[in-house]
Structures are given as structure tokens and as C-alpha cells.
Design a protein around this ligand. Structure first.
Ligand code: F6P
Length: 369
């Protein structure tokens, strides 16, 4: 069923993730192959809200040449922002205060004025909520799930996650030899916000001895006991992976910056915090490493590249079939579509009964509980 689409726009929102360019390329090529025009919006929706900031215009036409040779590149050629939620846009008021203003009507007006028929929105939890709101206001929109954190519901995985896990695993591999040579405890902090997927997958794949995730409040004494136990077997070093959002059973999450208007809270610092405690409790030399934004950079793995292209083309197929208000999802072995209504605002943490967690436990990994 064709719905007479002639012109679509694509944007990327939230933190970047390996695979964004591969999605953009696949959206553009499959749209052009249908005879549609395709336009890119700069920096989330900023290209629409602040057109004066961009020399070539905030929204510009994408052709084959513009997306040539980008599928393997990290980042996003369109730019992105995690401070530009048009539903709650931070605006400076005359009295000097900052307030959240709903600017979503400006986006709808823009689409109507420019005769854009639909939007492909690539992003994580925040972007899904925005896409759902725009859909409810009448915009035709299909979302593509992105995040290294893998915390979006109703899809087996998001693109970006596999690349982040692969890089974190390589880092852990490298840390084993230096930790063993110096008989040290190495604490590795990874991203993931309130979900422990990156820590869990990379920790198991990279041979960590303890993994601390937000879903399991931890007792630091359990980790210290694990380190002492290893020492007693002559294994004089230990690798601890901690998710940035991990929380001690009797304490608080490490927050770098509290949430403010237009921006979520920034997590970080738990690695350094527990390194000091473990050094005190075990008497061993300990060091901490924060992988942070390194996890978001670099080329997407082949898994993420393919997932990105499957998602991008599936988004265009969805529009061609007259769908709107849906997110493309991975439901092995195929992609399918789920209603934005059912995913927006819902987080997918690590289920405590999942077999990956059980795998870690059966391998003797300490989860701090
Ligand atoms: O959601 C992706 C993510 O990388 C989180 O894991 C992390 O907490 C956050 O983004 C960091 O965002 P920022 O770009 O604001 O530092």
C-alpha cells in the first residue's frame, strides 16, 4: 500500500552510538530508490528550531553522494544533542529564569510548510518519547532504536550496544596482563545509565571477577571477599567491572551532575569510589579506569552495521506501507514493529532471571550480593 510519500526527513537525537551513519545511509538510499526526496535535520531538532545556526540551512537535502562511504564511521553526520527535547525546551525568560517550553508545534508547522510527509527519528528513550508525542499530534513518524546502553524495551537489542561491548571487552583483555603483573585490583567503570547490560556482557566476555550492575544493589564487602578468596588461591589480581549506575545496598548512586532543566542527571564516579574502599579493605594496590565516552566512539561492529541497515530500511518500508507511530525492533530472526505507545518511557533493565546473569554466577563471578 503506497501512501504517496514524496519527501521525508531524518534526524538523530540523544547520545551518539556506533551505527548511526549506517542507519542514515540506509534510510536515504532506500528512500531515494522509491523516488522519494530525503532531508537531514541537524542536531536532533535544532536544525528546525535554530535554522540560523547552520550555513547550509538547518535542514538539508541528502543525496547518494552525501551518504557515500559513511556506513563504517562512528558518530552521526547529522549531529545530535541530548539537550534539545522540543517538548521541554529550556528557554531563558525575561526575568532571567529558565523554563521548559513545549516547542513541538514549531516542528509540525515546519513539516507542513515544507510539505514533508514523514519523519524517521533515530534515537533512544528521550527520542522515542518525542516521536510518540509528535505522532499523537498528527505527524507521520517511524522510530529506529539507538543506544549503546541497550536499555530500550521491546527490542532484543539496539545498534551501538554490540560495538560498545566489543570495545569494553578488548579493554578488559588488555587490563588482565597489567593487573596480573602488578598484582593489582583494576576497577573498570562503564556506561549504561540505569541498566547493567554493557557491564554484564563485557564483564563476562572479558573475564571479570566481579560485576556490579544497577539491577543488583551491591555490598562492597562481598567484592572484597572475592578478591581475598582469589588471593588465597594464588590469583593475586582481580578485575572488577562496575556500571556507572550501580548502587551500593547501603548508599547512593554516584552522580556527577544533578538533573537540570533540559538535561538528565549525569552519572559517574562509582569506579573511583569503590577503588578507594577496596584498597582499604583488601590492603591491595588498586586502580580505576573509566571507559566512558570511548564506548560511544569508533566503527560499528559488523553486527551493529547490519542491524543499523536492517532498521533503516525497515523504517522506510514501514512508511511505504502506511505505518506510523511505530518503532522498528529486533525480534530474532526478523525485524518487526512495535507501537511507540508501548515503548516510550519504558526502560529495559537486566532481568534477574536471565541466563546471561546465571552464566556469570555459574562461572563464579561475584555480583556483590
Ligand atoms: O545513553 C548513552 C549514554 O552514553 C549513557 O550511557 C551515559 O550515561 C550518557 O549517555 C552520557 O551522556 P553525555 O553525552 O551527556 O555525557
Amino acid at each position: 500500500m503506497s501512501t504517496h510519500i514524496r519527501r521525508i526527513a531524518v534526524c538523530t537525537g540523544g547520545g551518539d552510538a556506533p551505527g548511526l551513519n549506517a542507519v542514515i545511509r540506509s534510510v536515504v538510499i532506500s528512500a531515494l530508490n522509491r523516488g522519494w526526496e530525503c532531508y537531514g535535520i541537524h542536531d536532533g531538532f535544532n536544525g528546525i528550531l535554530f535554522p540560523e545556526r547552520y550555513a547550509e540551512g538547518g535542514v538539508y537535502r541528502l543525496n547518494r553522494e552525501k551518504v557515500r562511504g559513511i556506513a563504517h564511521l562512528g558518530g552521526t553526520m547529522l549531529g545530535t544533542t541530548n539537550k534539545g527535547n522540543p517538548l521541554q525546551f529550556p528557554m531563558k525568560m525575561r526575568d532571567g529564569t529558565t523554563r521548559e517550553v513545549d516547542r513541538s508545534d514549531e516542528i509540525l508547522d515546519f513539516f507542513a510548510r515544507k510539505e514533508f510527509d514523514a519523519l524517521v527519528s533515530i534515537g533512544g528513550d528521550g527520542s522515542l518519547t518525542i516521536a510518540n508525542a509528535l505522532h499523537r499530534k498528527g505527524l507521520r513518524v517511524v522510530s529506529v532504536p539507538k543506544t549503546i546502553d541497550n536499555d530500550l524495551d521491546k527490542t532484543f537489542t539496539t545498534f551501538g550496544f554490540d560495538s560498545a561491548v566489543a570495545f569494553a571487552t578488548e579493554c578488559l583483555d588488555r587490563l588482565h596482563s597489567t593487573a596480573e603483573s602488578h598484582q593489582r585490583v583494576m576497577v573498570v567503570e562503564v556506561m549504561g545509565r540505569y541498566a547493567g547490560w554493557i557491564a554484564l556482557h563485557a564483564g563476562i566476555a572479558g573475564g571479570a571477577h566481579a560485576i556490579l550492575i544497577p539491577e543488583i544493589p551491591f555490598e562492597i564487602e562481598q567484592v572484597a571477599a572475592k578478591i581475598r578468596e582469589r588471593d588465597s588461591f594464588g590469583r593475586m589480581y582481580s578485575i572488577i567491572v562496575v556500571a556507572e549506575g550501580a548502587e551500593p545496598a547501603h548508599g547512593t548512586r554516584a552522580v556527577l551532575e544533578p538533573a537540570e532543566i533540559g538535561h538528565a542527571e549525569r552519572l559517574g564516579g562509582i569506579g573511583e569510589r569503590i577503588t578507594k574502599v577496596l584498597q582499604q579493605q583488601t590492603g591491595k594496590d588498586a586502580r580505576s579506569v573509566v571507559l566512558g565516552h570511548l564506548l560511544r566512539g569508533g566503527s560499528p561492529t559488523s553486527f551493529d552495521r547490519l542491524a543499523a541497515m536492517r532498521f533503516g530500511t525497515a523504517a522506510v518500508r514501514a512508511l511505504d506501507e502506511g505505518k506510523s507511530g511505530v518503532m522498528v525492533a529486533l525480534a530474532f530472526p526478523n525485524v518487526n514493529y512495535v507501537a511507540l505507545e508501548d515503548v516510550a518511557g519504558r526502560m529495559k533493565g537486566v532481568p534477574l532471571d536471565c541466563d546471561t546473569l546465571q552464566t556469570g554466577r555459574d562461572m563464579g563471578i561475584c555480583f556483590g550480593d
